[in-house]
Design a protein around this ligand. Structure first.
Ligand code: NAP
Length: 276
């Protein structure tokens, strides 16, 4: 499995598993558990979740599905911005730990920015780290100016910025992705197949056909084409997980990349970071 190095030297798989919308439907539960377990067996041991997903239902599902293999996982969860204060972050983290059935998170993220000052969130994250409740912390949906502010506020230990990034969402290539590379902070690409919507795109199908892959594999390999980008597709079936796993071994040629560039050009001008 391709790996990505976090600040400090620890490595994680470049392909993980997202869990938004999981754990919300009783009739899907068996398939979702089987999908997550298959992914872990195949090396997709980075699991991304959030307290927001199904109001904790996704975290509860992960605890049930993967409790017996917890030590093999790199478990990522996120806190609502209204909980990202000195006073509230500890309680939010404890609630996530309880639902996940674990005593520590490998990575805890601020889900997006609202009114709590970034410096206060950094302090609260550092306190959780000192207490052994989290091993690393990071952010999500923060644009370049926010990242500058975060570092200025003492947030130099930030381990990732989780952002919307796929072949149709390339605005961050102007300055945010270069900023992250410069600071040695990996990006974590969410919605890497645009929640399934981009899988019908003609060029993806054409490139996929020429290399004997599938559109989902091409979309994921494109996201992971640079070192320092982790993709976290959500897949609710064993078949989709197996298909996605193979994308980590796929290397797109210059001709494939040129065809994708032509069909999905980077926006000409810088634009604010998009989020879902
Ligand atoms: P996504 O991973 O781009 O797409 C998920 C959708 O694609 C599901 O409907 C899934 O269907 C389908 N899919 C996956 N693999 C497929 C395949 N091989 N063939 C066909 N369809 C496939 O979208 P996402 O869930 O929004 O993003 C991924 C993860 O990122 C989330 O689950 C969450 O953990 C995280 N996220 C974070 C934020 C944030 O603000 N930080 C925002 C959004 C998402 P099945 O379920 O049927 O397999």
């Amino acid at each position: 499995m391709k790996i990505v190095t976090l600040p400090g030297g620890e490595t994680v798989p470049a392909l993980g598993q997202g869990t938004w919308m999981m754990g919300e439907r009783h009739d899907r539960r068996g398939d979702e558990i089987a999908a997550l377990r298959t992914g872990v067996k195949l090396g997709m041991t980075l699991i991304d979740t959030a307290d927001m997903y199904g109001d904790g239902a996704a975290e509860t599902l992960i605890g049930e599905a993967l409790g017996d293999v917890r030590d093999r996982l790199f478990l990522v969860s996120k806190a609502y911005p209204h909980n990202a204060s000195r006073k509230r972050l500890g309680r939010a983290c404890e609630a996530s730990l309880k639902r996940l059935g674990t005593d520590r998170l490998d990575l805890y993220l601020l889900h997006w920015r609202e009114s709590v000052p970034l410096g206060e969130t950094v302090e609260a994250m550092d306190a959780l780290k000192s207490a052994g409740k989290i091993r690393h912390w990071g952010v999500s949906n923060l644009d370049t100016d926010d990242m500058d502010e975060l570092v200025a506020a003492g947030g130099g230990a930030c381990a990732t910025d989780q952002i919307l990034y796929n072949v149709t969402r390339r605005g961050s290539e102007h300055d945010l992705l270069p900023w992250l590379v410069e600071h040695g902070i990996p990006a974590m690409a969410y919605s890497p197949v645009e929640q399934g919507r981009l899988l019908a795109a003609r060029t993806l199908a054409e490139v996929a056909k020429t290399i004997g892959a599938t559109p989902a594999q091409v979309a994921l390999a494109w996201v992971m084409r640079h070192d320092g980008v982790i993709a976290i597709p959500k897949a609710g079936s064993v078949d989709h997980v197996r298909e996605n796993r193979a994308a980590a071994d796929l290397v797109l040629s210059d001709a494939d990349l040129a065809a994708l560039d032509a069909a999905f050009p980077r926006p000409r001008d810088r634009r604010p970071l998009e989020m879902l």
